[in-house]
Design a protein around this ligand. Structure first.
Ligand code: URA
Length: 253
């Protein structure tokens, strides 16, 4: 935050109107970095510790919730030592430090959330927050009922001693040259899990795209484009995913 006059800063923090803040300053109620300030022109930045009647104040940072259709060959880290393109670099015109919510592989495209709201991030990425994530994958071969059943009951993947949680595999479309388009739904988020599960059942991934998180769909957002989420979309995400998805699951079992 740039330097600003103390009374404006107080108003930004929601303490009081500028006029009322001026009165409070003159009355000696305000301290900057421990020093009482009665001078109205005093400037502050967000690095200063400002207290009013002994209570620290800080400006409300606007919270951003963004969905990006991540292209392939873009990384989810905020910075890359190999200088590869980062997902946050695709979001222009937002004056906030954004972080990706969870990860997509370098070679996976699709729905990626970004935010500057630490609480939202923590909730969405905590292992207990089991929101359904849906992926579309172009795979080698055509998975059969046995493969679908292995997704449902859980499986052991190479190099991982833990059985996977129940997930869903559905063949959407058979393609030429012994390939097919499948949908995978899972609640976990282990490293390269969709690729590893499909590999385990003998159908390696050729292309992978995330199309939905809970009730939030990528829709027709073009690759590389982004948009801010509506308030109801954020609320719904925090409301533990979509009822619709739960119904799909219940019908399947
Ligand atoms: N599963 C994967 O294998 N890759 C991703 O990027 C996300 C889920």
């Amino acid at each position: 935050m740039e330097e600003c006059r103390l009374q404006k800063y107080m108003a930004l923090c929601g303490v009081a109107s500028r006029r009322r803040s001026e009165e409070m300053i003159v009355a000696g109620k305000v301290k900057i970095n421990g020093q009482t300030v009665t001078e109205l022109g005093t400037k502050v930045t967000s690095k200063d510790v400002v207290t009013v009647d002994g209570k620290r104040i800080s400006p409300e940072e606007k919270k951003y919730y963004i969905m990006l259709n991540k292209p392939k060959y873009v990384i989810c880290s905020v910075k890359d030592e190999k200088d590869r393109k980062c997902a946050v670099d695709l979001i222009e015109g937002i004056d906030a430090r954004l972080y990706p919510v969870g990860r997509l592989d370098y070679d996976t495209s699709g729905l990626l959330l970004l935010t500057n709201d630490g609480e939202f991030m923590q909730k969405m990425t905590h292992p207990s927050f089991e929101v359904w994530k849906t992926y579309e994958a172009l795979v080698k071969g055509v998975p059969d009922k046995v493969a679908e059943e292995r997704f449902r009951t859980g499986m052991l993947m190479e190099g991982d001693p833990r059985q996977t949680a129940p997930a869903l595999l559905t063949v959407l479309e058979k393609r030429d040259n012994d390939r097919s388009l499948v949908e995978v739904m899972l609640r976990e988020g282990r490293t390269r899990q969709v690729r590893r599960m499909l590999e385990t059942v003998g159908h390696p991934v050729i292309e992978l795209k995330r199309v939905r998180i809970g009730s939030l769909e990528l829709g027709n957002l073009k690759t590389g484009r982004w948009r801010q989420l509506r308030e109801d979309e954020v609320e719904k995400l925090l409301g533990r995913g979509s009822e619709e998805t739960e119904t799909v699951w219940e019908e399947e079992f």
